[in-house]
Structures are given as C-alpha cells and as structure tokens.
Design a protein around this ligand. Sequence first.
Ligand SMILES: NC(=O)c1ccc[n+]([C@@H]2O[C@H](COP(=O)([O-])OP(=O)(O)OC[C@H]3O[C@@H](n4cnc5c(N)ncnc54)[C@H](OP(=O)(O)O)[C@@H]3O)[C@@H](O)[C@H]2O)c1
Length: 338
Amino acid sequence: MGRSLNVAIVGATGMVGRELLRVLEQRRFPIAGLRLLASARSAGSLMRFDGREYTVEETTPESFAGADLVFISVSSQVSRELVPIAARAGAVVIDDSKAWRLEPDVPLVVPEVNGETLSGHRGIVATPNCEVAPLVLCLWPLHRRNPVRRVVVDTYQSVSGTGWAAVEELKEQTRAALEGREYRPQVYPHPIAFNVIPHVEPFGEDGYTREEAAIVHETRKIMGEPELAISATCVRVPVLVGHSLAVHVEFERPFDPHEARELLSQAPGVKVVDDPAAALYPTPLQAAGDDLCLVGRIRRDSSCERGLALWIACDNLRKGAAVNLVQIAEELLARNLI
Ligand SMILES: NC(=O)c1ccc[n+]([C@@H]2O[C@H](COP(=O)([O-])OP(=O)(O)OC[C@H]3O[C@@H](n4cnc5c(N)ncnc54)[C@H](OP(=O)(O)O)[C@@H]3O)[C@@H](O)[C@H]2O)c1
C-alpha cells in the first residue's frame, strides 16, 4: 500500500468502534496518526491501540483538521451532522450508519461485490447494514451465473447489532429471569431474554420495519439491480454476536445446489459450512470472530422449481461492520482514491 494515513475514528468507544480498532490493528492498516473521538460522555477516557494509549476526545468541528481518512460509527442523527463537516475538512469519510447509504452520489460498498463503484466517490462512502453484507456476498456469485429474480429473507439478529446497551440488557435480563427477579425492558419493547422479537427498528406505514426496508434498498443498490424483487422479515434473537439469515432465492433458471455450493466455495469473503448429516452448518457462535460469511444448508427450494434455500451466519460487528469498513479503506488506498 505504501502510504500511511492520518486517521480519525468517531464513535471509537462504541460496539463497532472497538471492533474497528481491533481490525485496524490485525490487518496492519497503515496509520501515521490516530485520533479517537466520541461524545463528551467518554472524553478523557483511555483506549489502547497497537501497544499505545490514546485519550478519547470529544468530537468537535476542529477534530478533523489534518485527517486523511475518517471512520464514523455513530447514530444516523449524529452522522448526518458530522459527516459533511469531516468531508469539508478534506478527509475521505467512511460511514456505517443508515444516514448516507441510499444517497445517489455515495457509493455503498462491499468490496468483494462492487469495489469498482468507489471510483465515483465524492468524499463520502457508506458501508451497508450488518445483514446486507453477508446477503450480497452470497447472492453475488450466484447472480453472476444465473440471474436472481426474487429473494425472501428472514433474519435472526443478535443484540450487539443494537449496541452496548442492548448487550447489557440481554445479560442482565437473563440473570434476572434465572433468579426470578423482575427486569423491565429498556432497549427493546419486550424482554429479549428467552424470547424473539419480530421488530427491528420502527415500523413504516406499509407494515415493514426500517431495517426490512434497508435490506431491500441496500441490496438493490449494491447489486446494481434497482428492480430486484426482495422482501424481508427481521427478528431480534437472544444471541450476543452474529446475525443469521434464512434466504430463499428464485433464479432465472433452475440452479443445481451442487453447482451453487461450488460457486460459493470459491467466492471471496465466503466460507461454505455444509454437511448437515454431520451437524455442520453455520451458527452465530461459530461465525463470531470469523471475518468470512458462513453459508450452508444449500438446497433446492421445495416450493419453487428455479429456487434455492440457504442459511447464512456472519459476525455483525466484523464483516457486518468493522471489517467491511477497513476493507473499503484498503480498497480506496489500492485504487489511489484517498
Ligand atoms: N452494532 C452493529 O452490529 C452494527 C453493524 C453495522 C452498522 N452499525 C451502525 O454503527 C453505528 C454505531 O453502532 P454501535 O452498535 O457501535 O453503537 P454504540 O455501541 O451505541 O456506540 C455509539 C458510539 O457513538 C458515540 N457517540 C454518541 N453520540 C455522539 C456524538 N454526539 N458525537 C460523537 N460520538 C458520539 C458513542 O460515544 P460515547 O461513548 O461518548 O457515548 C459511541 O462511541 C450505528 O449507526 C449502527 O447502526 C452497527
């Protein structure tokens, strides 16, 4: 790669921010200078990176002076405010909130699928929703062989997808339930311990949630298929890390599951785990900590002659967020776009 960059991370103290630091360290991303930024709440706290201690600073408009690259991992509301400031300061900004993903002049990128769209960036790049990255990683190699006509996806999403507070809520609620104590839900509208909740993000007027709509629009954008027929049901499950997806895909022509398994086993970013007779299939526990998207239970869809059914599990904090953020930065560097 050659060049080292001045990097700032907004949201460094968050669930994704912490993972991002680990990934930057593990992948030896070329960093000349690093600023760790968050809200006033965490300012002054200490974090370690690559053997050094850094003091977290409150994010202000001046925080971006001299930065070549800014990762922003905060809520959409805060991102809407901060991203333009960082971009105006001259940095390339890679954002992982929902705020910018569907803006026409913002590339929404999973490098293994549409890295080439980075060449059109105008200072802001977005990474997709944490279940969209694994979905497109598995759909893309199949789509190139035999075009996808329709997708139905049901998700089983871990609580770390909501952030720190939700992880604490699941742990505390589980302890309370086992001890027979009452624990009132604060993050979710219902108890998440020993339960599943078919409600991820607010509902729209059409009965779908914002998360479900995001899957539809982001998948279409990344695959460059604006008319793709796709619908989703998103469900929160009492898992700490790792999102799973049950996916039913209809293609233009029938698809032999053996051929699909072969294509997926050669696809970048994907690992096939598919020997059900030996109880081998992806689980979120197995996916947690793995940078690859695991896929298995690849079989004919018994309801559709031209269909396949798949089961996917992926670490939502790594390939679903931090790993993809860093891969985008690596791709920008490799293409000389920073
Ligand atoms: N969790 C996932 O699996 C996942 C996957 C893909 C994308 N995302 C997206 O990533 C973003 C962050 O999610 P998360 O799960 O990491 O959330 P989180 O654990 O709640 O962390 C939020 C971060 O935002 C910081 N922050 C809050 N207000 C701020 C402000 N005004 N200025 C600067 N920093 C501020 C917090 O700093 P303090 O410590 O100061 O509060 C914290 O570092 C969200 O947009 C989420 O949708 C998450």
